[in-house]
Design a protein around this ligand. Structure first.
Ligand code: MN
Length: 260
């Protein structure tokens, strides 16, 4: 049996499950809020083209309007000054969009401190238990923040949202084989990261400077094992785009003990 035949058989039997890590996209989907003097991303909006009416008696469809960074989305290197001249979202090689995922669960720390910053020691404690960070893989940073997804004010939390400390972001970007980092919050950086004295927006700066990627507003990370899942994402190939709304799926192998 080929690898892909074994995979489709496992999908059919339920031995491999597909988990949707994407937040639903609608007019209430939270967007990042920047200081008022800055440009602002558009929230999701739609306008009916036709809905089985005079404009299209047999057709229902909509026009939509949103930013490249609205809802669950993919950040490409071209998004940041440090990655200027790097790949835009249409240029990201497709084999970078499928890879192993590992989940680091810092939910307890974030419950105690919504401004919690992941540090290298947390990642090294995880790798001591679970093994090295995977090549071409995704570090999925679980914080429990997805539980706030239905309440935009609570989700944005007046910019008090968790992130990654600058030295950890630099290390992950420059010294690990990861493809990128995925988070449950509105952006890969902490809500207050624009004020970091040593390196503002360190995830954006270091990841994109190293040609790596970000994924945001993920859900259902609690359904993934610490290691062993495969992540797949499909940002739109917007030519020249800095990122794109994207679907994020994970393949998870159910162990014998779980299925009994
Ligand atoms: Mn973004």
């Amino acid at each position: 049996m080929t690898v892909l035949a074994a995979l489709t058989a496992a999908l059919s039997s339920g031995a491999v499950e597909v988990i949707d890590l994407t937040a639903p996209l609608d007019e209430q989907t939270p967007i990042i809020s920047l200081p008022p003097e800055r440009g602002q991303p558009w929230p999701f909006a739609r306008e009916v083209i036709s809905n089985f009416d005079d404009a299209g008696p047999t057709v229902y469809w909509n026009n939509i309007r949103l930013s490249e960074h609205t809802g669950t989305h993919f950040d490409a290197p071209a998004h940041w000054l440090s990655g200027k001249g790097g790949h835009d979202v249409s240029q990201v090689p497709p084999d970078r969009l499928v890879g192993p995922a590992v989940v680091l669960d810092l939910t307890g720390e974030v419950e105690r401190d919504p401004d919690f910053l992941l540090r290298r020691e947390h990642v090294e404690a995880w790798t001591a238990e679970h093994g090295p960070l995977p090549a071409n893989g995704w570090l999925l940073y679980r914080t429990g923040w997805d539980a706030r997804g239905g309440d935009p004010e609570n989700f944005l939390n007046d910019r008090h949202t968790p992130g990654v400390a600058p030295e950890c972001a630099r290390w992950l970007a420059e010294e690990t084989p990861l493809a990128g980092i995925g988070v449950e919050t509105v952006g890969t950086d902490a809500g207050l990261a624009g004020d970091f004295a040593d390196q503002p927006y360190p995830c954006h700066w270091f990841l994109h400077g190293a040609g790596k990627y970000g994924l945001t507003q993920l859900r259902n990370l609690a359904l993934l094992p610490p290691t062993g899942a495969v992540l797949m994402t499909g940002p739109l190939p917007i030519v020249g785009g800095s990122g794109s709304p994207t679907r994020v799926l994970a393949l998870v192998e159910r162990t014998a003990t779980e299925s009994t």
